[in-house]
Design a protein around this ligand. Structure first.
Ligand SMILES: [Fe+2]
Length: 250
């Protein structure tokens, strides 16, 4: 079972991130994962046409696509533009998703907070609890922001609140998710929430600088990237796919 994950397209009218998305879409059409999950922040600055263009690109894929909004998304615009190209998206309420594919359960929890830049998982724990309660297969949990501070202040100011409550909730169910898979950071990063592995997907827009513990703002040498997760025999291995400058970027 192969689950591709792309995140943080941040498409803007200069089209550079859309070109990177086109490269990723082309690669995924050849690679043919079983499922694609998009973990939020599709466009910048409420760019209506950008949502339409992203939706039209994702429509080219002939495998299922599941979407979460990010803290940079305008949820209403996202809904209306995706609906306009007949791409399924939940019409009202949080854009959670829950799907079973070949013995694997995929959950997406929408942690966006209307009118705010931070996320919050607390209001959605009852949904998550009931969704996970009867799961007997391996599961992956997707969310936009990671459920803890990543160490980069500008990102953590708009991070997801109540990650410790998420951990407490997950610890009450008999089967923990194999991993929590996120976006938001614009860099691949790896950590843990309790004993649960947490990974962030690289972005399709230019990656963020690694501003940790007051270190110098060095030039960013990282490439845009995305992830391919392989789940086999109840185990998980995640692979980073970097996008070459000559193909994917202006
Ligand atoms: Fe983002």
């Amino acid at each position: 079972m192969l689950i591709a994950q792309i995140s943080d397209i941040h498409a803007g009218p200069d089209l550079s991130s859309l070109r990177t998305l086109e490269w990723a879409i082309g690669w995924l059409r050849s690679f043919r994962p079983d499922v694609l999950v998009v973990t939020g922040d599709l466009v910048d600055d409420e760019w209506r046409q950008g949502y339409r263009l992203v939706a039209e690109s994702l429509r080219l894929l002939d495998f299922p696509v599941y979407l979460l909004p990010g803290n940079g998304d305008d949820v209403q615009l996202m809904r209306s533009e995706f609906a306009a190209v007949d791409t399924w998206i939940k019409a009202t309420g949080p854009m959670h998703f829950r799907v079973a594919v070949d013995g694997l359960a995929l959950f997406g929890v929408d942690v966006t907070v209307a009118g705010q830049s931070h996320g919050d998982v607390l209001p959605h724990l009852p949904w998550l609890m009931s969704a996970l309660a009867d799961v007997t297969t391996p599961a992956l949990l997707f969310m936009h922001q990671p459920p803890f501070a990543i160490g980069i202040e500008a990102l953590d100011r708009v991070g997801c609140r109540n990650g410790s409550a998420l951990l407490s909730t997950l610890e009450t169910i008999h089967r923990l998710p194999l991993a929590i898979l996120c976006g938001h950071v614009h860099r691949p990063a790896f950590g843990r929430l309790g004993i649960i592995p947490v990974q962030t997907c690289g972005s399709l827009c230019p990656p963020n600088p690694l501003l940790l513990e007051g270190r110098t703002d060095l030039p960013v040498i990282d490439a845009p990237s995305f992830l391919v997760h392989e789940v086999s025999d109840g185990g998980l291995v995640s692979h980073v796919v970097s996008i070459p400058a000559s193909d994917g970027r202006a």
